[in-house]
Design a binder for this molecule. Structure first.
Ligand code: ADP
Length: 596
């Protein structure tokens, strides 16, 4: 069961009230008691003085034995001084009293004041008086003659008037007491409130801080104590400091978040319980995970790739970095390089692992292409070189070979050396175009395309005529745009050479130039052998040939179309081919009209 706790106000207020009540009551009681004591003392002194004044007179009368005179004097002197006077013999017998006939009064020897007076020379008592049936104060003193007590002089006064007066004072004091209690109750209430108020203000502020509102401040009034004000200032300082720190943390977090999400590398943080702590956008993209909430889920549920899973699980057990290539099998094969590093908490204890991975598919492709290229180049060069080497060795070994054979051998050596030169020249052209494209060094001239086309046709004309092939230029308009004329000329020459090479004799080659919305399309169409469909996509690769033997026989290097493609790319353009077996092929270069 939940105990309802009192608020500070309800702890302070009743305490203040009780303390005030008890203090006031004590003060009133002490005051009343002191007042009463003082009043009684005054009366007692008064009774004593009166007794002392009257004693000589009654001493004389008792000595004379005239008890009637004693009674008479008692009455007279008592009435005159408004005091009850009682004269008692040592035996206790009363011989004078101004309020009652002594003959009717009983023996007073045992009255406390008489006993005290006989024993100690003075007696005082406050008690109920049977004679007058009223509370009275009695004072008694012995009447001594020659060291002998001959009587006792008693003076007394009723206390009813005194008590009435005291009751009136009690009444007024009680009234005052209650008024004071009410005032004190209000004062205590106000004081408790005043004490509690700053704490309440600070409680509200603390609650706001707990809810994350750091903008509000403690507002204390000038009535609040110095300590409260200092506490409030300290509280405000805490809020300002917290606000500043949280802002710094938020900024840092946002910066980290921005870096994290804009990274091209995929990042996954996994804790020691194999749960995913964080994953960035790139990781979602690379791993093709739909962007559902996977943070907090088990690694084995979130990531399907077994290789990546095993790498992360292995990395969780290691204290060093672990790197590995991972193959993702999707529609297209993707290669990642993943590297993990231990994740440390603030105490430098390992609390998980951080895996960063890159998509290196392109890199791998480039590497493969480079290897293929190197092997292709070596292969292409080795063939003519082997032939040259073999033939020249035969010529050296057999100097007596007949002239015809020698001339034949030398002719073959010459053909191979021309081929070698062709390959090397083409390779150099390719690498030059690639390099210049990379560093943006290709010069563009705003010139009519007709010039480059005419030059190319002029340079290929003889070869075409040899085979009775007619080259026709179909140019609807004179198109001027920014291009590199010598490269375009080179590309058209390559296309024309192929068209001539792979055409039957007595045919024609058509060059068509079409201006489109944003580009210009130059097509070279022949009526040659055509190319089977399956080769079309790879035709522009280096050293790719449909029929190697035929290409070589025709003096081809396998680099012509690759050069055409790179020239188009250098102009930010593209190449394409359509072909039909035995009908011919159309090779096209599309170049943008706007080039910087
Ligand atoms: P090559 O030096 O062998 O001609 P290319 O790169 O110029 O090298 O051409 C690659 C291959 O494309 C050629 O070997 C040939 O098989 C094919 N080819 C190119 N142009 C034509 C064409 N006009 N007609 C038929 N086949 C062609």
């Amino acid at each position: 069961m939940k105990i309802k706790r009192k608020t500070l106000f309800w702890k302070l207020y009743p305490s203040f009230l009780i303390i005030s009540f008890i203090s006031l009551l004590a003060i009133v009681m002490i005051a009343l008691w002191s007042f009463k004591s003082f009043y009684y003392q005054e009366r007692a002194v008064d009774l004593e003085i009166r007794a002392k004044i009257l004693t000589p007179e009654f001493s004389r009368l008792i000595q004379s034995g005239n008890y009637q005179e004693v009674q008479k004097q008692s009455q007279q002197l008592g009435d005159d001084s408004s005091t009850r006077i009682t004269i008692v013999l040592p035996s206790g017998k009363i011989i004078g009293d101004n309020k009652k006939d002594p003959a009717t009064m009983d023996n007073h020897k045992s009255r406390p004041e008489i006993e005290q007076a006989t024993r100690y020379g003075k007696g005082l008592s406050i008690r109920y008086g049977h004679t007058l049936a009223i509370d009275s104060m009695y004072f008694a003193m012995p009447i001594i003659v020659e060291d002998e007590i001959i009587g006792i002089m008693r003076t007394s006064t009723p206390l009813d008037t005194l008590q009435n007066a005291l009751w009136s004072i009690y009444y007024k004091v009680s009234l005052g007491f209650f008024i004071l209690i009410i005032i004190t109750a209000f004062a205590s209430w106000w004081m408790s409130k005043a004490l509690v108020r700053p704490l309440e203000v600070m409680k509200v502020q603390a609650q706001r801080l707990a809810k994350g509102d750091f903008s509000s401040r403690v507002q204390l009034s000038s009535n609040d104590s110095l300590e409260s004000e200092q506490l409030g200032q300290a509280f405000n300082e805490i809020a300002i400091q917290l606000n500043e720190r949280i802002e710094i943390i938020l900024n840092q977090r946002n910066e980290q978040e921005a870096v994290f999400s804009s990274m091209v590398e995929g990042v996954i943080a996994v804790d020691s319980n194999e749960k995913i702590l964080r994953i960035n956008q790139a990781a979602y993209n690379i791993l093709k995970i739909s962007e559902k909430e996977i943070e907090g889920t088990k690694l084995t549920h979130a990531i399907e790739n077994i290789e990546l899973q095993s790498l992360i699980l292995f990395a969780l057990k290691q204290n060093t970095t672990v790197g590995q290539e991972i193959i993702l099998h999707d529609d297209v094969e993707q290669v990642l390089y993943a590297q993990s590093a231990p994740l440390l908490d603030i105490h430098k204890n390992k609390c998980g692992t951080l895996v960063v991975f890159n998509d290196i598919t392109k890199l791998k492709e480039f590497e493969l292409q480079r290897k293929e290229f190197v092997s292709n180049v070596s292969h292409e060069l080795r063939t003519p070189l082997t032939a040259i080497q073999g033939l020249s060795e035969t010529l050296i070994e057999f100097p007596d070979l007949d002239q015809e054979k020698k001339a034949n051998f030398i002719g073959v050596i010459h053909t191979h050396s021309i081929r070698l030169e062709g390959i090397i020249e083409n390779l150099l052209t390719l690498s030059k175009i690639e390099k210049e494209t990379e560093v943006d060094e290709i010069d563009f001239v705003n010139e009519s395309i007709t010039l480059a086309l005419s030059n190319a046709i002029f340079l290929c004309k003889d070869k075409a005529l040899e085979r009775n092939i007619n080259i026709i230029l179909n140019e609807a308009e004179d198109i001027t745009f920014k291009h590199n004329p010598s490269l375009i000329e080179q590309a058209i020459i390559n296309l024309l050479n192929n068209a001539i090479k792979y055409s039957n004799g007595n045919s024609e080659i058509k060059i068509t130039v079409v201006k489109q919305a944003h580009d210009i399309k130059i097509s070279v169409e022949d009526k040659g052998s055509g190319i089977p469909e399956e080769h079309l996509s790879r035709l522009f690769e280096r050293f790719y040939r449909v029929d190697k033997a035929r290409s070589r026989a025709l003096g081809g290097t396998g680099l012509g179309l690759s050069i055409v493609k790179h020239i188009a790319l250098a102009h930010k353009g593209s190449v394409s081919v359509t072909s039909e077996i035995n009908k011919g092929s159309i090779f096209s270069i599309t170049l943008p009209l706007e080039n910087e």
